[in-house]
Design a protein around this ligand. Sequence first.
Ligand code: GDP
Length: 531
Amino acid sequence: MASELQQEVARRRTFAIISHPDAGKTTLTEKLLLYGGAIHLAGSVKAKRARRHATSDWMELEKERGISVTSSVLQFVYRDHAVNLLDTPGHQDFSEDTYRTLAAADAAVMLIDAAKGVEPQTKKLFKVCRMRGIPIFTFVNKLDRYGRAPLELMDELEQVLGIRSYPMNWPIGMGPEFRGVYDRRANVVHVFSAEGNHGEKEVAERSVPLDSEEIHSILSEQEMAQLREDIELLDVGGDEFTREKSDAGLLTPMFFGSAMTNFGVRPFLDAFLELAPPPTARLTKDGLREPSCPKFAGFVFKIQANMDPAHRDRIAFMRVVSGRYVKGMSAHHSRLGKEVRLAKPSQFLAAERTAIEDAWPGDVIGLFDPGQYRIGDSLAEDAGVVFDTVPRFSPEYFAVVRSKDPLRRKQMEKGLEQLSEEGTVQIFQQLQMGMKDPIVGVVGALQFEVLQYRLEHEYGAKIALDRLPFSHARWVVGPNFDPKAFDWEGNRQTVQDRDGLPLVLFRDDWALQHAEQKHPELKFLNEAPQL
Ligand code: GDP
C-alpha cells in the first residue's frame, strides 16, 4: 500500500495561470474556486476583496491602479484532488514576481482571449514556462463572444510561441451561438444551458454521445456538419496526443470555454487535473530532491511585507518540495547555517488565511518572518540542502532616492532595506565622495511607484526619486578593476551592492558592449558573484 506521503503527493496539483491583463484570469480563478466548492456563489471572492481594499492601505494602491500587485496562493479541494493555485499578478511591471511564482508551480495554464489571441505578456510568461520545461495547458476564453476561429488560434500558438497544440475539446458555435464543447477523447458533446444562471452557479450541463440519436435533437444539421468537418481536419492534420509531449511542455492540451458564463470550466478542470503532473522534484546543488523523500524540504519563493499594516507582519511563502511539514517543526536554514522554527504557518484557503497543521509536497505555506528569510532560501529537515530554483533578474530602471524629510531618513533606510529583502527593489550605494543617497534599481518602472507608496504609507517616509539614464547593471570581476576610475560621464557609473560588491550601471547596450570590448580582462555579470 502506498504510504500517506505518496498518496498526498499523488492527489496534489500546483499550478499558476499565465495571461495578459484582461484575458479573464480573475474570473477563471473565481470559477475554479466555485467548482472546487470553496465558494458558493462566484463573485464572493471579489466582494471579499473589495472589503479588504477598504481596510488596507496597501490594497488601496491596487484599487487606485486597478491592477493586482500581490500574488496569493489559494488551495481548494476538487473531487479527490488538493489543488494549489498560485495567483500571479498580471501587470507587466510585476513580471519578476510572476517569474518567481512560476518557480513554485508544476504546471501552467495559459489563458487566452479568443478575440485577442497571444498577447505580449502571455508571450513573455510562456517563455519562462518553456525554460522551466513545465507542462502548459491552454484555455481559450470568452467564447461567448465572437473571436478568432479555433483553427486560427492553433496556428497562432505555433507561429508566435512555437508550440503545437492538441485541442482536447472543440467548441460548437461561438458568441451567442456557443452551445457546448465536443470532448474528443470521450466522443461526447457537453451541452451547456444558461437558463437562469449568470455565472454565479455551476452551469447546467448534459453530456450526449456524438453518435447518439439524441444529439440530433440538440444540435442543428448545420452545427453537426461543421463539427464533423472540424474534427476530421483535426484527426487527419493534427498532432497525436501523448502524455510525454504534454509533460515536457512540447505540446499544449487546449480547451475552449467562457469563464464568465462557466461554459467549459468543468470539462477543463476535469481534464487538467487528470493530465497535470503531481508535485515534481526540484534541483538542489547535489541533484534532484524527490517529493517522496521522507525528509521535509522547501524553498522560499516570495516574501511579502506588511500584508496587514496594523501588524507589520512579513510572510515568507515557502513551497514544500519533499516530506511532510508538521506545525511547529524546526528546519535547517541553509543560508544562515542554523536551525530555525518555522513559525505561524498559514495557508490560503479561498482567499482567507487559515492556520494549518501540516502540509505536503506541492503545498505553499506562509511563514511568519521575523526578518530571517530571503527569496531563494532553502529550509530542510536535513542540513546542507540548497535548492537552485528561484531565478533572479537584473534591474533595468534606476533612480536616486532622496528623503524629503531629513528627520525621517532612518525610516526611509529601514523601509528600503526591508523592501529590498522582499525583492521589490535592489539598493546600491554610490561611491563618489559626498554622494550619500542610495540608488534603487527595479525590473519594471511601476515598481518605483510601489516603492514610493509603500515607503510613505508603511514607514512614514516621503521620498523623491531622481531617475537615472541607465538600463543595465553588471557585477564586475577581474584583475585591476578600479571602481573609482571606471565612471564615464553619463554612460556608466560604478556603485556597490548590499554586500559591498562593485557593479557598473550602463546607459545602454552600446555602452555595455563598449566596456566589454575595451576590457576583455573583466567579466560583466548579470548576477552577483557568489561570496
Ligand atoms: P484579468 O485581468 O485577466 O484578471 O481579467 P478579469 O477576470 O478581471 O476579466 C477582464 C474582463 O473580461 C472583465 O470585464 C470580465 O468580466 C471579462 N471576462 C472575463 N471572462 C470572460 C468571458 O468568458 N467572457 C466575456 N465576455 N467576458 C469575460
